[in-house]
Design a protein around this ligand. Structure first.
Ligand code: TYM
Length: 329
C-alpha cells in the first residue's frame, strides 16, 4: 500500500496543517510501503512569490516535517521539482482533463476571484499537477485535510478517465481525511478555516510560534455567548477548541466535553492554549535547530528524489506507452 501526500512550501505552517495533515503523515510512515511526502515547490509558483524565498521555504518545510517526526529513512521525503516526472505527467494527463472541470474547482474560483482572465494558467492547472503528483506513484491513499476533498475527487476522475481511454494503467486513489481535526478553524473568525492566506493573524497559530504567544492567542479566541463546553453547529469557536484539545490529548471530543463540564470558557481557553503550546514546543525546538543545516536538508532531498524517481519513472513510461507517445517500452 502506497501513501502519498504533498504540502506547499509557501506560507508558515500552522496548527491546521499540523493536525489535519502532518500528524497523519507521521502515522502513515510505518503503515505504508512506502509513504511518500513531497514539498510541492512547483505548486508554489502559481501565485505571486519571491524565488529566493521559495527555495528557503522549501527547505524549512522539510525541516518542519522531520521535526514533527518524519524519518527520511522510513519514508520518501523529497522536493517536487527535483523529479521531472511530475511535470511530464501533468502534460500527459491534461489530455483527459477538461477545461470545464478545472474552471469549476472551488479553490481556483476563490483564488482567482474576479481576475479570472488575468491569473496564471498555472493556477488553473494546479489540480492537474496535483493529480500527477499522486498518480505517478500509483498511490492508494492520500492523507489530507477537508479543504482538499475536491482536488482528490478530480484526481480520481482523471485516473478513471485515463484508464477508460487508454487501458488500465493508473491506480484510482482514495483520500484519507481525519474524522476529528480535518478542518481546524481560525481562532478569531471560526466560520473560516485556519489559513495563512484567508484567515486572521491573531486567529492563526503557527507550529514554530513561541509558547507564550500561542497561549495568548487561545486566551483571546472568539467564543459564543453561551456557557456550555459542548460541540454544536451554533458554537463553531468552542467546537473548534474541543476538537483541537481532543487531538492534542489523543482522546475523543466527548471526553473533553465531559472533563470540562461546568467549567467556564476562560479556564477552558487557557487550558487548551497551554496544552497546545506544550505539545508543539518540542517540534518547534527541533525545527529551529534542523533548519540551520541547509546542506543536510539538501542531502535529504537528493536521496529522496532518487527514491521517488525510481518509483515514478516506470509509471510515467507506462503512461507514455499507453498513450502511444515516444519510444515503445
Ligand atoms: P497545503 O500546503 O495548503 O496544506 C497542507 C495540508 O494541510 C491541510 N490543511 C488543513 N487541515 C485542517 N485544517 C486546516 N485549517 C487546514 N489547512 C490546511 C491541507 O488539507 C493539506 O492536506 N494542494 C495541497 C498540496 C498538494 C497535495 C498534492 C496534497 C499538492 N500535491 C498531492 C496531497 C497530494 C495544498 O495546497 O496543501
Amino acid at each position: 500500500m502506497v501513501i502519498f501526500s504533498g504540502i506547499q512550501p509557501t506560507g508558515r505552517k500552522h496548527l491546521g496543517n499540523y493536525i489535519g495533515a502532518i500528524l497523519q503523515y507521521v502515522e502513515g510512515q510505518d503503515r505504508a510501503d512506502p509513504a511518500i511526502y513531497c514539498i510541492v515547490d512547483l505548486h508554489g509558483t502559481t501565485v505571486a512569490y519571491e524565488p529566493a524565498e521559495l527555495r528557503e521555504r522549501s527547505r524549512d518545510t522539510a525541516a518542519l516535517l522531520v521535526a514533527a517526526g518524519l524519518d527520511p529513512e522510513r519514508c520518501v521525503l523529497f522536493r517536487q521539482s527535483d523529479v521531472p516526472q511530475h511535470t511530464e505527467l501533468t502534460w500527459l494527463l491534461s489530455s483527459v482533463t477538461s477545461v470545464g472541470q478545472l474552471n469549476r474547482m472551488h479553490q481556483f474560483r476563490d483564488k482567482a476571484g474576479t481576475a479570472r482572465d488575468r491569473v496564471s494558467a498555472g493556477l488553473l492547472y494546479y489540480p492537474v499537477l496535483m493529480a500527477a503528483d499522486v498518480l505517478a506513484y500509483r498511490a492508494h491513499e492520500v492523507p489530507v485535510g477537508e479543504d482538499q476533498r475536491e482536488h482528490i475527487e478530480l484526481m480520481r476522475d482523471v485516473a478513471e478517465a485515463f484508464n477508460k481511454r487508454f487501458g488500465e494503467t493508473l491506480v484510482v486513489p482514495e483520500g484519507n481525511i481525519p474524522t476529528v481535526g480535518a478542518r481546524v478553524r481560525d481562532l478569531k473568525e471560526p466560520d473560516k478555516k485556519m489559513s495563512t492566506t484567508g484567515g486572521t493573524p491573531a486567529g492563526t497559530v503557527y507550529v514554530d510560534e513561541e509558547p507564550a504567544s500561542i497561549v495568548k492567542k487561545f486566551k483571546r479566541a472568539e467564543t459564543d455567548s453561551g456557557r456550555e463546553i459542548v460541540r454544536a453547529d451554533d458554537k463553531p469557536g468552542i467546537s473548534n477548541l474541543i476538537e483541537i484539545l481532543a487531538v492534542v490529548r489523543g482522546t475523543a471530543p466527548n471526553a473533553i466535553e465531559h472533563d470540562f463540564e461546568g467549567k467556564g470558557y476562560g479556564d477552558f481557553k487557557t487550558a487548551v492554549g497551554e496544552e497546545v503550546a506544550a505539545w508543539l514546543s518540542p517540534v518547534r525546538e527541533r525545527y529551529l535547530e534542523l533548519r540551520q543545516d541547509t546542506a543536510a536538508i539538501e542531502e535529504i532531498f537528493e536521496a529522496g528524489a532518487a527514491k521517488a524517481t525510481a518509483i515514478a519513472a516506470p509509471v510515467v513510461a507506462d503512461v507514455r506507452d499507453a498513450m502511444g507517445v515516444g519510444k515503445p517500452v
